[in-house]
Design a protein. Sequence first.
Length: 325
Amino acid sequence: MNGLPDSLRGALARLSEGLSRRELAERAKAISDGYRSGGTSKPITEAHDALAYALVRMPATYAAVSACLTALTAARPDFAPVSIVDAGAGPGTAAWAAAGTFSSLSDILLLDTNAALTELARTLVAGDARLSHAGVRLGDVRQSLANAPTSDLVIASYLIGELEERQRTELADLMWERTGDTLLVVETGTPAGYRRIIELRAQLIAKGAHVLAPCPHDGACPLVAPDWCHFAQRLPRSRDHLKVKDAEVPFEDEKFSYVALSRVPAEARASRVLAPPRVGKAAVAAKLCTPQGVLSAEIARRDKPAYAQARRWRWGDAVSGDFVD
């Protein structure tokens, strides 16, 4: 489970001291309802709204982005970015995940249009040695990107779904222009989120981008509707998380779609496990995206080394080997 780092969890706890958990839960529910309905409900306009949003969404977003960064680094083990732009940073979740992944980062820039979330991001990064020097800018993300320097790593997590099609196309081009090496885009793990990722992927491959993850190729996605590519990350719920979400189960599963694109092609790209494998006594059955397309592979128990390895596969893993239906 990818839980929030101690310094971030502690900062959120201190900010919420003395506040009514019921009020925060009500604010969080109103924001969540608006999020699900396309932003037609309560916007984030006050400090307590931003805090409620962070308590509910930061753990899940952090877990998803961390999982994507793990996949990225597996494809490019030599990648050690010095500079990063977190586009549409909100409370800065992606920057926190990147700082936890890359000790090489020294130039960090957070961009967002929401004043309350931007102020919260400033407060949160100020208390962490890895992020205290980060720049935090309030303003239109596209305009801010246009004035930002080229960075080794650009991340946009849960951003493009907030934009209309023309705006998404413009933003994708602009993010790629500001990407010195690698761009990571993360979206909701819904069919709509997947479609947005696929559209951006195709747009930027046409401009010379190479896919690092999750795809083992730069070709068109071989999945056929109603199927779609998405993954899940399990994360623990803290006491405050449980209270604000009015939940009882001590964990949740965040589903997401993503693509990591680079100016530098990976030396080798592994196949990807597209769904939870089915482990049986005779074989492990797994749905894989391979350089040759989507396969329903079966790894028989009689092949003991391969079977033992396949038993450890998890949804979203990169796996190597020659697979057949």
